[in-house]
Design a protein around this ligand. Structure first.
Ligand code: ZN
Length: 99
């Protein structure tokens, strides 16, 4: 069980798939592995816990004309954006001035 304990310490959790793989590799039943782990108080997850979604708030809009990255964040309300033209979209400063 030391392999699984180690994994658990690394990850903070174990998945069923890892247990199944361990059981298979060691020629023991999955149920036995599960029982031993629950006796040890180790949590088993059906699936790997999802990593926190990366916030998209740091992404910047691209200019619809030249494709250059603007200084406007995607999360920003269009009403409050600079160089945003209704019906066209987000422009960079240069393109906006060229309009
Ligand atoms: Zn542009």
């Amino acid at each position: 069980m030391s392999y699984l304990k180690e994994k658990f310490q690394q990850q903070g959790y174990l998945t069923r798939d890892q247990l199944k793989e361990y059981a298979k590799n060691n020629g023991i039943s999955y149920d036995l592995v599960k029982k031993i782990l629950s006796d040890l108080g180790i949590k088993i997850y059906d699936i790997k816990p999802k990593e926190k979604k990366k916030s998209t708030s740091d992404e910047y809009e691209n200019c619809v004309l030249c494709g250059k990255k603007t200084e406007v964040k995607s999360s920003q309300e269009v009403e409050t954006r600079d160089y945003y033209v209704k019906g066209i979209g987000q422009l960079c400063k240069e393109c906006y001035q060229d309009l």
